[in-house]
Design a protein around this ligand. Structure first.
Ligand code: 3HC
Length: 311
């Protein structure tokens, strides 16, 4: 069965077609998908925190409504991705437990603090912008449920990116203090946003296999370069600057080059020693505790309904 399965799998990948949940797949393919998709889902859930902290402090009702809609979208993206991950056989309460126990990774970017309202702009423009650059190719991932989940997520991300850009544009055209606040937020989020794309290709143990299986379509450095090319143009419209004087387009390689990134900082954040790792995990555990009554009520209701059905 495995031989026939492997032959079918190899054919599907060679044709750049889709693997579906019921198809045979190599255990390593399943495992790397659960790894990446669960981390993606965890990132969406933890990613709600920096922005949620600013909902009550938004400067206008319009901004508050937009920010609430964005945070709700991220929760939905998390649920979408946990559902897609469950099709590979790992239930979401197992995945959630891994997160609560600090055993699961989530995107490094969410371990940085959101210090000012302008950070909501920098997060929307840079973090969601980077997420789009990384996620549009994932719409074509070889695993059906993942690729399909990305289509809707990318549509909502473009709203997130645009509202962030607009916040920065408004501040940049505001008072000198507002412009400075916007510039300060861009200065703080620029490098961490570039590190969302992962380590450099030579330090990326998963890339080669993920690309061979059409999960990852472009390497970490390629997507990072594409993203730098986009924001170095957009930042001019904002009337702001990027905190990197090494940005240049390399005609030979066709890549956008940028200043050195602090990979020691990256590994510290991944090891749980970033600026906000502890508080993000503490908040997640607290929210899980506070939500226990909802889970119990839902379970009791389901139980009653099942008993009624048997009568
Ligand atoms: N944060 C945390 N961990 C990271 C990371 C980051 N920015 N970049 C890499 N890593 C981890 C990898 O998970 C891997 O560890 P693991 O083997 O234990 O999983 C290790 O560092 C080496 O990295 P690789 O390049 O070998 O790993 P991948 O091939 O998985 O590439 C990735 C990393 C590009 C992040 C890829 O996993 C990916 O595309 N993930 C899905 C997209 C995603 O998660 N985007 C960020 C989420 S932000 C978001 O979506 C919220 C938005 O709505 C604001």
């Amino acid at each position: 069965e495995d031989e026939a399965g492997q032959a079918y799998f190899d054919k599907i990948i060679a044709e750049d077609s889709r693997i579906e949940p019921a198809d045979w797949m190599p255990e390593k393919y399943r495992k790397t998908l659960v790894r990446q998709m669960s981390q993606h889902a965890h990132s969406e859930i933890i990613g709600m925190q920096p922005e949620a902290n600013w909902i009550t402090r938004a400067p206008s009702l319009k901004r508050k409504a937009i920010l609430m809609a964005k945070v709700q979208d991220e929760a939905g993206h998390g649920l979408y991705l946990y559902s897609a991950t469950e099709t590979l056989g790992t239930p979401r309460d197992v995945l959630n437990q891994q997160l609560l126990e600090g055993k699961a990774k989530y995107s490094s970017i969410f371990n940085y603090p959101a210090n000012s309202w302008a950070d909501m702009g920098a997060i929307g423009w840079l973090v969601d912008g980077a997420a789009i650059a990384n996620q549009v190719p994932l719409c074509r991932a070889s695993y059906g449920p993942y690729g399909r989940a990305m289509v809707r997520i990318c549509k909502e991300e473009s709203f997130h990116q645009r509202q962030g850009f607009e916040i920065l544009l408004e501040l940049s055209n505001g008072t000198p203090a507002q412009k400075q606040m916007a510039q300060d937020a861009v200065n703080r989020f620029y490098a961490p946003a570039l590190m969302m794309f992962g380590p450099t290709d030579t330090d990326s143990p998963n890339s080669q296999q993920s690309m061979a299986w059409n999960i990852k379509r472009f390497s970490n450095d390629e997507l990072r370069s594409r993203f730098v090319g986009m924001i170095q143009e957009q930042v001019k419209v904002l009337g702001l600057t990027l905190p990197d004087d090494k940005i240049r387009y390399n005609e030979e390689t066709g890549m956008w080059e940028h200043g050195e990134l602090d990979w020691d900082e990256f590994h510290e954040v991944l090891a749980g020693r970033g600026p906000c790792n502890a508080q993000r995990m503490e908040r997640r555990r607290e929210a899980h505790e506070n939500g226990a009554w909802v889970r119990e009520a839902a379970a009791a209701y389901a139980e009653k309904k099942a008993q009624k059905a048997q009568v």
